[in-house]
Write a protein that binds this ligand. Structure first.
Ligand code: HGY
Ligand code: MN
Ligand code: MN
Length: 406
């Protein structure tokens, strides 16, 4: 590529310049983390930034009616397009890189190709998928699931945030749902993402290619008991759902450790949530993941059985509802090997979900991971070095050249 590695116009400097345009958007002054919930102020501001970047590059922006944006280089009607990009939305107080790194890198990779005088023979599209984290409406990868028909638009339209706002209201219209006309014009998808782990640190490489995404899902535990006075209710007379909930957290942790799986209960809602009242209801959300589907099923079934037994002892009622499930995603092996050879990069699995995991069922899909020095993610502490981000841009540019210039 023509752009230098060091000095004024170096790629790390140009990455930093573009990165600093979005860094302040949605950043919480207290935690340093980001509050970029889908279709709220900060994320809408980033979508405007996306449109400005596309406009600056003469790339018209297509919207799919589900909240996803696509900036287009070339003739989209030509079909067999190479799609790249990622998402802007964050988990509450999430990191800066999870999602936006894939979009910023995509625009810079387009710049790299143009600086090298490369003219793709296939259209190149940059995507910004909506609600990848599911932090506002509860279903992760909502935008890519809608695009591919993995979720019914009727269900998506009625998903509500904590304030009761529906996805349809936030979107400003009912979601269009599956768009086979758009999907049919895509020939490949390559998502660049900050690594959410330390594997690249351990192998001392700036970029990796993904092999697979662990199967994973979200289950809601609703535990009901009897609300009562904290001071006057005898311990023997209580039907306290908080006890059943607490047991759920510990059981999930133990069963995951026994299976080499991952289980997290990071979100809880308590009614009435008063210091001096025994709760009437406690809702907890389980995020469970495992390398193999049967391990995941075994984990969730074991936790459910143990919690049901505990509820009987506590005199409470518990229901388990699956809110989202993602099967094992094995990325296109031939494409992964081809890119790993092209980039001389390691190939890694991940326990993190991505829009690439949804599209992988519909077209040849790959992911590139960029080194995360601490491995921390979904936290204000998430970071990546400019030089590694520049290496990610160069890798993505090489991949786009390889795929889009037959
Ligand atoms: O939860 C995940 O794995 C992804 O970051 N949405
Ligand atoms: Mn994430
Ligand atoms: Mn992500």
């Amino acid at each position: 590529m023509l752009t230098p590695d060091v000095g004024e116009g170096s790629l790390p400097n140009r990455f930093r310049t573009l990165w600093d345009e979005i860094s302040p958007v949605g950043r919480d002054a207290g935690s340093g983390g980001y509050l970029r919930y889908a279709l709220t102020g900060p994320e809408l501001e980033l979508r405007d930034w996306f449109r400005a970047q596309a406009d600056r590059r003469g790339m018209p922006v297509v919207e799919d009616g589900n909240g996803n944006l696509f900036a287009v280089w070339g003739d989209p009607a030509a079909g067999d397009a190479v799609l790249t990009g990622s998402h802007f939305d964050s988990v509450p107080h999430g990191g800066a890189y999870d999602g936006p790194l894939g979009i910023v890198s995509a625009f810079l990779a387009v710049d790299e190709l143009r600086a090298a005088g490369v003219t793709p023979t296939r259209p190149v599209l940059v995507a910004a998928f909506v609600e990848e984290e599911g932090a506002r409406f509860g279903v992760p990868c909502l935008g890519s699931r809608l695009l591919t028909g993995a979720i019914a638009p009727e269900r998506a339209a009625e998903l509500r945030d904590a304030a009761g706002v529906s996805f349809a209201e936030a979107l400003g219209d009912r979601p269009a749902g599956a768009r086979p006309d758009l999907l049919g014009r895509l020939g490949a998808f390559v998502e660049l993402h900050v690594e959410q782990g330390r594997a690249l640190v351990d192998v001392d490489a700036p970029v990796a290619v993904a092999s697979a995404i662990w199967p994973h899902g979200r289950w809601r535990f609703d535990v009901t008991g009897e609300g009562n006075h904290a001071g006057t209710t005898r311990m023997a007379d209580r039907r306290d759902p908080m006890l059943t909930y607490a047991f759920t957290v510990l059981a999930a942790n133990k069963e995951a450790r026994l299976r080499g799986a991952h289980a997290t209960v990071g979100r809880v809602a308590v009614e009435p949530n008063a210091t001096n009242a025994i709760p009437s209801r406690v809702t907890g959300w389980l995020d469970a993941r495992a390398a193999e589907p049967e391990t995941l099923t075994g984990l969730v079934d074991a936790v459910h059985a143990k919690v049901a037994e505990r509820a009987r002892r506590d005199g409470t009622e518990v229901t388990l509802t699956e809110e989202s499930a993602t099967p094992l995603v094995a990325f296109d092996g031939g494409l992964a090997r081809r890119l790993a050879t092209l980039l001389d990069a390691p190939v890694l699995p991940t326990g993190a979900g991505h829009d690439a995991g949804v599209l992988a069922a519909h077209l040849p899909t790959a992911m590139l991971f960029v080194r995360n020095p601490t491995g921390v993610s979904h936290s204000p502490a998430e970071t990546a070095a400019d030089e590694d981000c520049a290496a990610g841009v160069r890798a993505l540019a090489r991949v786009l050249t390889e795929l889009a210039c037959r």
